[in-house]
Design a protein around this ligand. Structure first.
Ligand SMILES: Nc1nc2c(ncn2[C@@H]2O[C@H](COP(=O)(O)OP(=O)(O)OP(=O)(O)O)[C@@H](O)[C@H]2O)c(=O)[nH]1
Ligand SMILES: [Mg+2]
Length: 182
């Protein structure tokens, strides 16, 4: 098909055919996972978010892409559930509080323990360094070092610095997630 007609066809197809991506959002408690889902779901930012118990499930439509999102609790007693919710998804989103340096080592440990599970081999990984509205946050290079993201092989890995509060960089995060849809 000539490029002109093929791009018109793709545009029309996009109006009628919905694509979907299933994602699991994990990370330590209070990193901002539920805030992320709330902000991309309804644009609503709130300081008062109740800590998640077990998990929440939410469907969010963005254009012709439907995101099916598992928002899994981050407190230590819930972390053994992460693998179950990450199994079979199109992407794992790992949220880090980029101001809370004392927790980086625990976040690194939990992230590497999770993705070393054979059932999750090859699943694309998106790391979000959240709360970059706070002065003194760690930037992407610092997060790559602290979480040893450069040691992760065998899957696509991306890392963005963002803020749910100011909604900074959420557009590129959504683009990344949409690119995982099918
Ligand atoms: N300043 C700032 N605060 C944020 C941001 N994102 C989340 N928070 C705050 O961080 C706290 C924890 O947010 P949650 O979204 O509940 O964190 P969570 O990762 O879902 O926590 P669990 O459900 O316990 O695992 C809340 O007080 C939020 O208001 C952000 O981008 N900037
Ligand atoms: Mg939560």
């Amino acid at each position: 098909m000539a490029p002109f007609f093929s791009s018109i066809f793709q545009w029309i197809a996009g109006l009628f055919f919905t694509k979907a991506a299933e994602i699991a959002v994990v990370g330590l408690q209070a990193s901002g996972k539920t805030s992320f889902v709330n902000v991309i779901g309804s644009g609503q930012w709130s300081e008062d978010v109740v800590p998640t118990v077990a998990f929440n499930f939410r469907k969010v439509r963005k254009g012709n892409v439907v995101l099916k999102i598992w928002d899994v609790a981050g407190q230590p007693k819930f972390r053994s559930m992460w693998e179950r919710y990450c199994h079979g998804v199109d992407a794992i989103v790992f949220v880090v509080d980029s101001i809370d340096r004392d927790k980086f080592e625990t976040a690194r440990f939990e992230l590497h323990a999770l993705i070393s599970q054979p059932s999750l081999s090859g699943v694309p990984l998106l790391v979000l360094g959240n709360k970059n509205d706070i002065h003194g946050h760690t930037d992407v290079q610092g997060l790559i070092r602290a979480l040893q993201l450069d040691k992760i092989t065998g899957r696509p890995v991306s890392c963005y610095s963002c803020s749910m509060k100011s909604q900074h960089n959420l557009d590129i995060v959504l683009q990344w997630l949409s690119s995982r849809s099918h």
